[in-house]
Design a protein around this ligand. Structure first.
Ligand code: NAP
Length: 682
């Protein structure tokens, strides 16, 4: 029986001439800039990347955005789609996708004032908060030329075998800048009234349609909720959506939030499908198919959205980075094997915005399809994996799936390692999905699990293993500080696992990833909201009625249950090294709840003071005493690789990965990557 009948059913996209394009299911792979676009061998690698997603069952793939001209590039020197020479190599991509029965559309993205170079242009000469450069205001001639560039790019895409284009009109890029007063102060025919502001969007769609004929797919990416002051009102959004529909758009793909918005829209703490009710509201105003997107990562959720009629298609971008076979697994009754996107942003957006190649924390092969190839092992070997955290799980499953005989050891009674802690942090519940996925794979690949007892060197040495993978992870560091052994001074694991109840005043020593997690756990507010979605909206001041411009209202006043100090020795903004796209969210939440984030701290001692603790410290040389009920130690980690010397002495080939190899700057991305790469090589 098909568990996802609507998700897996085809959808006909009607064209103005009475013909239609058939999508084989309701999954559109959303556009992501991967960084492959800029690689010398990028075309071949993109072809492999998209082909894997096409083979995995997606119906329609939208590529990363290319600008129709050089001014519209995000960074100088990026690949554009402005000439026949630009377009010709793309045939390799379209052929690769078509070979697996999917369709592919090229996204046309003009960055406008988000350009990080001095050729940037925009409706008005107003710098965005994210840019260092003020754009040049577009003249009438610039506007006409740029609109023609969209049409030319679409024709070039069509000539290279693309089935359509997506015109990027959201996320605060050029077309969105024209649409909203925030970035458009023009007083000519392209600014002022709503009709004038949307003229650029409508004209771009009209010219693309005119140039490409009636049967070319034209997806319009619409900003349905800007989440910035000076954004559009709901009436304007609907007016724009209808106008681009009438101008020739065949699919409307609504999105939420400008890049400069200070409201999270896709991070893991955003509830799943948080914005779908708004998509449904928009759909009621339109006749063309409408796409639901933002935090949809699960086939059952996608099915419910589509079955309710809230949307006609679902867009998944990061979920197909995490698992290229998402659709095939759903249709084969193997949804429990899906490697779910947990929306951590670490491997993808954080990497992309740091100028690195996009990847995926839970899938090291993403964008490395041609380089990290996992093939059946030439010879079956006996492999022990010690430690069942993310790195060990990745190694054990990959090795077993290649045909090796694998035994997985962990001292804890269940697998998961540090992810068992992460999933207990409010807003990180998705981490449980990674463990569910590994549990299924361990079972299916026949990995023997020896849990609940430390693996001893003698047992391992006597086990006849051809190779031991040490994924024993890290040990929490206890700082050398007088009073650190007093009652009331506790480790982070005790707090996160609920083995102790911190008091009302808490000092946290160490403001790394775990210090922030503990602060979040200890100050998370019960706002009394009816559900997760209402809590999210109240916390971030989202007005889902979009009565005010941009859909913003004042957030609910903070109500932290505790008074917390988050401390670090480095004299730099705490949380500066957290993820580029998520660190600001975590700092903002704690800041609003009154968490003191102190840098430049020197710890001196902890003393008992009645029932409380006095933490003596200096802040940039100034002596201070914090009187608190609990001190939580989040002072980093040391490698836990004690087994290595004994195994080496016994002549057992042993390789350490993840934290056991090197604890500093450890994150799960590296641990999983090392696990998969090692297992792929054995
Ligand atoms: P971490 O990020 O390295 O932070 C350790 C903290 O302890 C730092 O603030 C450090 O700052 C402080 N510290 C180090 N040695 C100390 C000492 N001897 N005495 C007092 N303070 C000391 O490590 P973590 O927080 O334990 O996290 C471990 C890893 O898990 C991280 O690297 C991270 O990648 C991952 N993780 C990530 C997230 C996330 O949100 N992305 C969340 C949790 C964990 P000072 O030296 O300046 O005091």
């Amino acid at each position: 029986m098909n568990t996802y009948p609507t998700l897996l059913s085809p959808l006909a996209i009607p064209h103005a001439d009475g013909t239609q394009t058939l999508l084989r299911c309701r999954v559109l792979m959303g556009s992501m800039h991967t960084g492959l676009e800029e690689k010398p061998d990028g075309i071949a690698r993109m072809a492999a990347f998209y082909a894997e997603r096409a083979r995995g069952g997606a119906a329609l793939i939208v590529t990363g955005g290319l600008s129709p001209n050089a001014e519209g590039n995000m960074w100088a020197g990026m690949r554009t789609l402005a000439s026949a020479a630009d377009a010709a190599p793309h045939r390799e991509i379209t052929d690769a996708v078509h070979a697996h029965g999917a369709l592919v559309a090229m996204q046309l993205l003009h960055a406008g004032r988000y350009a990080h170079h001095d050729q940037g242009v925009a409706p008005s000469a107003r710098k965005s908060p994210l840019s260092a450069v003020t754009p040049r205001e577009m003249s009438e001639a610039d506007i006409q030329r740029t609109l023609d560039d969209y049409a030319r790019a679409a024709v070039l895409a069509q000539g290279s075998g693309y089935d359509g284009v997506e015109v990027m009109g959201a996320e605060g890029y050029l077309i969105n800048q024209f649409a909203a007063p925030r970035a458009n102060q023009r007083e000519d025919a392209w600014g002022g009234s709503a009709e004038n502001r949307m003229r650029f969007a409508v004209e771009a769609v009209r010219r693309v349609r005119a140039a490409t004929g009636p049967r070319f797919l034209l997806i319009y990416r619409l900003s349905m909720l800007d989440l910035v002051e000076g954004g559009c009102t709901w009436d304007e959004v609907v007016q724009l959506a209808r106008a681009v529909q009438d101008a020739g758009a065949s699919i409307l793909n609504p999105y939420v939030g400008w890049h400069e918005a200070r409201v999270p829209t896709i991070a893991t703490l955003v509830p799943r499908a948080a914005f779908v009710a708004l998509t449904a509201r928009l759909k009621r105003e339109l006749r063309v198919p409408v796409v639901a997107s933002n935090r949809i990562n699960d086939p059952a959720l996608a099915e419910s959205i589509l079955a309710r009629g809230d949307a006609d298609l679902v867009s998944m971008a990061r979920p197909l980075l995490a698992d290229a076979d998402f659709v095939n697994k759903a249709s084969a009754g193997r949804a429990d094997e899906i490697n779910t996107c947990i929306a951590c942003n670490q491997g993808c957006l954080d990497a992309a915005l740091s100028g690195q190649l996009t990847g995926c924390m839970v899938n090291p092969r993403a964008c490395r399809e041609t380089e990290l190839v996992i093939e059946p092992a030439a010879q079956r070997r006996r492999i022990a994996v010690v430690g069942a955290g993310p790195g060990g799980l990745a190694a054990a499953t990959t090795a077993a799936e290649r045909g090796h005989d694998v035994t997985l050891f962990d001292a804890a009674p269940r697998v998961g390692g540090q992810f068992n802690l992460a999933q207990r942090i409010p807003g990180k519940e998705e981490y449980a999905e990674t463990l569910r996925h590994y549990a299924t794979r361990l079972e299916r690949a026949g990995v023997r699990q020896v849990l609940g007892a430390r693996a001893e060197p003698a047992t391992l040495a006597a086990g006849g293993f051809d190779h031991v993978i040490l994924a024993t992870g890290v040990r929490a560091r206890t700082p050398e500080l007088p009073g650190v052994d007093l009652p009331g001074v506790v480790g982070y694991a005790e707090v996160i696992e609920g083995r102790c109840e911190p008091g009302a005043r808490v000092a946290i020593i160490g403001a790394g990833g775990i210090g922030f997690d503990v602060a979040e756990l200890l100050t998370h507010e019960a706002l009394g909201a009816a559900d997760e979605g209402a809590h999210f909206a109240a916390t971030w001041g989202i007005d889902f009625s979009v009565a005010a411009r941009g859909g913003l209202v004042p957030p609910a006043p903070p109500q932290s249950p505790r008074h917390v100090w988050l401390l670090q020795r480095k004299d730099e903004t705490p949380g500066k090294r957290l993820g580029k796209t998520t660190g600001w969210i975590r700092r903002a939440l704690l800041g609003r709840r009154g968490v003191h984030q102190w840098a430049g701290v020197a710890y001196e001692r902890i003393e008992a003071q009645g029932d409380a603790l006095a933490l003596h410290l200096r802040v940039r040389g100034e002596p201070r005493v914090l009187v608190v009920d609990t001190v939580v130690l989040c002072a980093g980690q040391d490698p836990d690789n004690a087994l290595a010397p004994a195994l080496e002495a016994a002549g057992v080939p042993v390789t350490a990965i993840g934290g056991a190899r090197f604890a500093a700057e450890l994150d799960a991305t590296r641990a999983i990557d090392e696990g998969v790469r090692l297992a792929a090589s054995l």
